[in-house]
Write a protein that binds this ligand. Sequence first.
Ligand code: G3H
Length: 481
Amino acid sequence: NGEMRKWYGAVHEVYSPVCIPTEKGLKRKLIGSYPICTTVEAMESLEAAFAAYSNGCGEWPTMDVAGRIACVEKFMQMMLEKRSLVVKLIMWEIGKSYADSIKEFDRTAEYIYATIDALKDIDRDSSRFKIEQGIVAQIRRSPLGVVLCMGPFNYPLNETFTTLIPALIMGNTILFKPPKYGTLLHYPLFEAFRECFPKGVVNIVYGRGNTIVPDLMKSGKINVLALIGSSKVANELKKLHPKVNRLRAILGLDAKNASIVTQHADLKLAVKESILGSLSFNGQRCTALKILFIQRNIVDKFLELFVEEISKLKIGMPWESGVSITPLPELHKPEFLVDMIKDAKKHGAKVVNSHGGEVAESLFFPAVVYPVTSSMRLYHEEQFGPIVPVVAYDSLSEPIKFLIESTHGQQVSFFSNDAHEIASVLDHIVNQVSRVNINTQCQRGPDTFPFTGRKDSAEGTLSVVDALRSFSIRSVVATKL
Ligand code: G3H
């Protein structure tokens, strides 16, 4: 509610994934701490957001579009002034390379400016009048209420702000719970939110999601759940809302994006794009390539080139120039990844690159696992880390079957230079996912493209115009002539 609270309760100490030498050897570096709020403070924040919305009659939801844009523009000025601090915090908190941390900040700023432009267009459209059957109508876009925003650790700024900003600029009020890994970087920005928006419009609550968020949902005062994270958590939270039919959910969830490489592909290009797609930011991207299907007659050649290129990747600290593989923020992750490799080995696969799967403190060396089959966890489960499962296929019906049977449906990459082959496969795969990438890796960008998924991968659509629509409802003011 625009107040900074003194905190006397428990705190969470934030350790960077980056390790530093200590008397007991290399240990994660302590970089800060944040309060672990209880349900009491979380509910107070919710009440502040609820009061600021005031059933749609608050200062913010009734402010005209120009006024809301002016507030967001002022916020942007302050955000840009804090660029170097926020970039450093992204790097230290989640171990993202310095270059990628800068990219994350800059694309977020571009997204916000694109959102402002899109809102101006939508507003111009809404101010046009329609006349039909003797009725003149103005079609407005109105906010929905209180939006609970929760983003993931891998894009702690970008993924959060691509829901929070469109929700905010449409006139909704916000309750934001930052991710466990990726919280500190939001502190400087919340000072800016406090200065640029009316009291109670943007509220942040630090703490443990699994203790405070269920109570927020049970209150029935959340109108929109905007969550980028796991489908398991999203489903559990949705069920807690007392009137689930009144809850709108905008969700970006799990994915198991496949790459399909045929004998007609440009092999070098397929190798380059598959490495970028599967190992950028250690494979910790919802859009990462998480399984590669390679036609059997080219699999040996593909693996030879793939493994050779992976051996050239620089593994190291996030500030090093040209670094590709950096420390993993999630404490349990190395163990989880090692278990997945063990399971694959038990069922007959091998790690085919040297040092693949080795762990050194929080660094995990990328592992190429082959031959992966449907009896292995790596075939079905999302690894969200630097493991690349490779499957050899004889007929294209095999990867297509994988896509049809998968519970996920975000993206697929298809590598071939045969136009006839591409055309014949496209019809089968385009209805399984929300984006097909021909001769290129899977990715979200450009961020102005619609971003969604089928099956368990998403609900609602994000990205600029789609996000503005997702966080609003069209209402009609009709006047009889
Ligand atoms: O983790 C999901 C991100 O939105 C992915 O964005 O494809 O640009 O890495 P990206």
